[in-house]
Design a protein around this ligand. Structure first.
Ligand code: FMN
Length: 206
């Protein structure tokens, strides 16, 4: 499947076949592929919480406005921003040095620059959400290629989710992605309209 085909085929699935399961190995394979997504300074602010048991899906359902697809899907994964992502700078600096991107004497400077994000919590959050969104789309595309179907869902209560699943204050959940196979008894309607390039594109000036 080409990227174009994955984009054309991906739909937000309204109802899943509850008899279909997905293995943890397959989920980890898709998560590894999605983690090839770009991120600010390659600091990879994403973490993933997986609900793939009936009990955990029921807990998620309770904080996701009772959107039934959460419990029908083979799994529901939650994309969580790690707001402490500047702390990944040491790993990134070491990797850059090992691969010859950066001389070793620039290590401390890189780490200091990354920690500069922390001066402004809004920037930390914006930057984390930007990168985590790219992760989320990458996950949906690679899942599509592997024959799965998905549904992005912002309809949940972040505070209630954090409390139910024990997230610390430094973790901010942004999106649920349901994954499975569409319920065969549901008709998926034709894709809704999109604004065209002509509608949304500005060349040079606004
Ligand atoms: C950030 C975001 C939040 C969404 N939240 C929900 C949701 O809570 N429940 C739902 O049924 N669909 C949700 N959707 C799915 C959209 O309604 C769907 O993507 C859109 O209608 C376009 O349909 P398509 O993805 O099939 O092209 C969400 C999509 C995005 C990107």
């Amino acid at each position: 499947m080409t990227v174009t085909e994955a984009l054309q085929k991906r739909r937000a699935i309204p109802s899943f076949d509850p008899t279909v399961t997905i293995s943890r190995e397959e989920l980890e394979r898709l998560i590894d592929l999605a983690s090839l997504a770009p991120s600010s300074m390659n600091l990879q602010p994403w973490e993933i919480l997986v609900c793939d048991t009936p009990e955990d899906k029921a807990r998620l359902l309770a904080v996701a406005m009772n959107q039934k697809k959460v419990s029908e899907a083979s799994a529901a994964i939650v994309v969580v921003c790690n707001l402490e992502f500047p702390d990944h700078a040491a790993d990134e600096a070491d990797s850059q040095i090992e691969r010859g991107y950066t001389p070793a004497d620039k290590r401390d400077g890189f780490i200091t620059m990354a920690h500069g994000f922390k001066a402004n919590p809004n920037i930390v959050r914006d930057e984390a959400i930007r990168s985590c969104n790219l992760w989320a789309m990458s996950f949906m595309l690679v899942a599509q290629e592997a024959g799965w179907e998905t549904g992005p869902m912002g309809g949940f209560f972040p505070d209630k989710f954090a409390e139910e699943f024990g997230l610390p204050d430094s973790r901010y959940p942004i999106l649920i992605i349901t994954i499975g196979k569409a319920n065969p008894s549901i008709k998926i309607l034709e894709r809704n309209f999109r604004y065209s390039a002509k509608d949304i594109t500005h060349f040079g000036n606004w």
